[in-house]
Write a new protein. Structure first.
Length: 817
């Protein structure tokens, strides 16, 4: 049996730092020592050391009453003794050739039965956790002891300020220290309950505990107890109704008189039971968590040590320590996350060299000069970032965010031209065929400003005057005939085609590139690891630019897309008209329909988004079909309506969108799940049913479907009976047209889980960190970058614990040194 001196040594070190103020451990050093020493003494076999040990009175110390100088002297002798005990132990160990337990993970071994216990043992090894209790904890995701240490309270009640009974205020949460005068069992509402009268030097107060007759026996006269709870009023007098209580004994209070943790509970777990258990677990096990943060980092940031942070997160000594604990633990989550995403990026960028491109191509200049408009400042900035990446010998991985219409395409085309000018191919991938077609048209349009259209076949245009050879752009989609497809594939393989536009299928199946230099991925589809490895298997390591029109708050972007560098176009080209947005009351529905009718009479078109039904796609589709029929028959019998829902095949959806875009339909009725990411400049009205149930970002996306042409556009939001929060949101969207601002608001109002609606997963499990905590996230990212700079492979010994932790939280990465 060996001595684990570490906890005590840490405490004494901390005492030293804090000037021997007896504040290093909650409840005071004496209390800690009392527990610790009774276990530790068993490990001392040498009689001489035992004698010294006894002289120091570790088991019944009286540190609190010593002067500071005496405390220091005493602490030093204890440290000496600890060192000597350990030396003796080591010698013995060597003699026995027994394995030496490494310091941070060694532990107090009270009994032989505990030898195999560790922080990763199932919780059933803990005294007091039966298998049925363990099952209840398992339901909360708690399986091993470590999980329990990380099973944080969702909040704390502040019962730390004791009040004299005479000063109790009705309706407040208060804490008193009182004597029991009398306690008896009574019947309240037919239930056996306890009533007590307790008092302090300032007065008396009545306390009742409903449905709990047992307390009456426990609370004998003159028992001292602390009571914390809400002060009520009964017949004009103060009363505590079923408050938390705890007897004043010679131990630390856990239910009252402090910041008291409230744990997430499941059926069959009682608050007092859980709290008591957690206190025991934290006291016994928190010390044994190895602190995986590099010591230099921890000291620089003045973070609490991990064991201390854990114990303070559960049972904080005060609010200040509670905050420090939260910061340390939140940092851990964000730091590990950032190390994970940055490692992914490293694997992509350093696994294979990329293709440095020269960006001083004359064609780029000519192209920019030929545009019928000036780039906005934001476009300039982003273009510079993009070009700087292309020049590097490692593959770019960049996310370009910008609202619909902010001009991302122009920037992407500049990149594609750069690749072509360097003799490489560029691929532009859209989420749907119809969007790919749209991009093909846009790009040809943009190029015709400088180049001369020389050769034109279906799905393929060539421009002269741009490059020494004709610049060839092609579209490859499902609609392409088989023969044409084969021909295009052949030309892509020989390198005859410079810029190829299509859907994601482009990089997957039969398409072989000659020299692929840049891939642009449009819209929010994530260009994941699978797609990248598909490219690698073809022997390419192109630069990748992912574009999205969904404004994602920076914190969320750094988390979800942390493996990408971020560029943002945060400015719209001048002269854009804001879409007039109005939240309509239920009574205004008819006038909204009348307004749509007038717009259609003027030749405009309308989107109507169906009510959000939070059920299966099948049910959504049925609801949309019903709404479509109602609108066609009862409301707009003389207009032409179309229907779009998620149950339709891609080809059917495509057909409907084409008909709407061509103007064959006046009104398109769609379910919210349908991505209507298409340019219909003639559409001027967006009507959203049950708008109160959508997030701000989603509403903003819907609104972005109109306002693309010259005409003034309108967004009408219908809400039957919005809640207070929903009203707030509707007010905000009426006034705010900045997508990023809305996204931030959304994140604040609804939290990250719902930010993307139901379909976005992949969010990490953050318990302590909040994604609204920008500063801490930036700090974590900065520290993660710095760590990779000083130790790219995380090979240094001081990082071995960190690597172990990373392997635990990111097992799928599997690439840790
Ligand atoms: P996004 O892809 O970001 O939604 P686009 O690149 O399609 O936006 O641009 C939307 C429209 O704005 C296009 O018609 C484009 O030609 C035009 N445009 C882009 N940049 C500017 C600019 N700086 N000034 C004026 N119009 C611009
Ligand atoms: Mg676009």
């Amino acid at each position: 049996m060996s001595l684990n001196a570490e906890p005590l040594r840490k405490i004494l070190d901390l005492e030293n730092k804090k000037g021997y103020s007896d504040s290093a451990v909650i409840g005071g050093l004496d209390r800690f020592l009392h527990n610790w020493a009774s276990q530790a003494v068993e490990s001392i076999a040498n009689p001489r050391l035992l004698k010294r040990w006894n002289k120091l009175h570790l088991g019944d110390s009286n540190y609190a009453s010593l002067s500071k100088a005496q405390r220091q002297g005493w602490a030093e002798s204890v440290l000496d003794l600890l060192a000597e005990v350990e030396r003796g132990q080591e010698e013995k160990n060597q003699a026995d050739a027994a394995p030496v337990v490494s310091q941070p993970s060694s532990r107090v071994r009270k009994q032989k039965t505990e030898v195999d216990q560790s922080i990763d043992s199932p919780i059933t090894v803990i005294k007091g956790i039966s298998s049925s209790l363990a099952t209840k904890f398992n339901k909360l995701g708690v399986k091993v002891i470590r999980d329990l240490l990380y099973f944080f309270p969702h909040r704390h009640l502040d019962y730390s300020q004791r009040k004299p009974i005479a000063q109790l205020a009705e309706g407040k949460e208060e804490t008193i220290l009182a004597n029991v005068w009398q306690a008896q069992e009574i019947r309240l509402g037919g239930r056996r309950s306890t009533e007590a009268i307790v008092g302090d030097e300032t007065g008396n107060v009545r306390v009742v505990w409903f449905n709990n007759p047992y307390l009456a026996k426990k609370l004998t006269t003159n028992t001292r107890l602390v009571i914390s709870g809400r002060v009520g009023l009964f017949k004009g007098r103060h009363v505590f109704e079923s408050p938390e209580w705890e007897l004043v004994e010679d131990k630390e209070l856990i239910h009252v008189g402090r910041l008291v943790p409230l744990y997430p509970l499941t059926q069959g777990l009682r608050p007092r039971q859980v709290r008591k258990l957690m206190k025991q677990v934290v006291d016994q096990w928190a010390w044994q968590l190895a602190d995986f943060l590099p010591p230099g980092l921890r000291e620089r940031q003045k973070f609490l040590e991990l064991p201390r942070a854990i114990s303070q997160a559960h049972f904080p000594q005060d609010e200040d320590m509670q905050t420090r604990a939260r910061i340390r633990l939140a940092f851990d989550e964000l730091f590990l996350l950032q190390l994970g995403v940055l490692n992914k990026k490293r694997a992509w960028q350093e696994g294979q060299p990329g293709t440095p491109l020269s960006t001083r191509a004359p064609v780029l200049e000519a192209f920019l000069r030929s545009l019928p408009f000036e780039l906005t400042l934001a476009q300039h900035k982003v273009l510079k970032e993009l070009l700087a990446d292309l020049e590097l010998p490692r593959p770019m991985s960049r996310l370009l965010q910008g609202e619909v219409g902010s001009g991302k395409t122009v920037v992407a085309v500049a990149g594609l031209l750069t690749a072509a000018a360097n003799g490489y191919q560029g691929a532009f991938m859209a989420p749907t065929e119809i969007l790919a077609e749209q991009h093909f048209a846009t790009i040809c349009q943009l190029l015709s400003g400088t180049g001369h259209l020389e050769g034109k076949e279906d799905y393929q245009h060539s421009y002269s005057g741009l490059l020494p050879h004709p610049l060839t752009v092609a579209l490859l989609i499902g609609d392409t005939t088989r023969a044409k497809k084969r021909q295009l594939q052949q030309r892509i393989l020989t390198g005859e085609i410079d810029i190829i536009i299509g859907t994601h299928a482009l990089i997957q199946k039969d398409v072989e590139f000659h020299r692929l230099g840049l891939v642009v991925v449009d819209e929010q589809h994530r260009f994941g690891v699978t797609q990248r490895s598909a490219l690698r298997q073809k022997g390419f390591n192109p630069h990748v630019l992912v574009m999205t029109a969904t404004p994602i708050p920076r914190t969320l972007a750094l988390t979800l897309y942390g493996d990408l560098d971020l560029s943002v176009i945060d400015q719209l080209p001048p002269g854009r008209q804001a879409v007039k947005t109005k939240w309509l009351r239920p009574g205004q529905r008819d006038s909204a329909y009348a307004f749509i009718g007038r717009q259609v009479a003027d030749g405009r078109q309308t989107f109507i988004i169906c009510p959000l039904v939070e059920e299966s796609e099948a049910i959504q589709a049925r609801a949309a079909t019903a709404e479509y029929e109602r609108l066609s028959q009862d409301v707009f019998p003389s207009l032409s309506l179309g229907l779009l829902h998620g149950r339709m095949s891609a080809a059917e959806k495509d057909k409907v969108m084409r008909r709407f875009r061509s103007g064959e339909m006046d009104i398109l009725v769609a379910t919210p799940v349908v991505e209507v990411g298409i340019d219909v400049p003639n559409a001027t009205v967006m009507m959203v049913e049950s708008a109160d149930r959508f997030g701000l970002s989603q509403l903003h996306q819907f609104r972005g479907r109109v306002g693309r042409g010259q005409e003034q556009s309108y967004c009408m939001l219908l809400a039957q009976n919005p809640s207070e929060v929903a009203r707030q949101r509707l007010d905000i969207i009426e006034k705010t047209h900045d997508g990023f601002e809305l996204a931030e608001e959304d994140l604040k109002l609804r939290g990250p889980g719902e930010f993307f609606g139901t379909r976005q997963s992949g969010l990490p499990d953050l318990r302590m960190a909040k994604l609204s905590d920008v500063a801490l996230l930036e700090l974590a990212r900065g520290e993660a970058i710095r760590l990779f700079e000083i130790d790219p492979g995380l090979e240094k010994t001081e990082h071995s614990l960190l690597v172990k932790e990373l392997t635990r939280v990111w097992p799928e990465a599997g690439e840790w040194s």
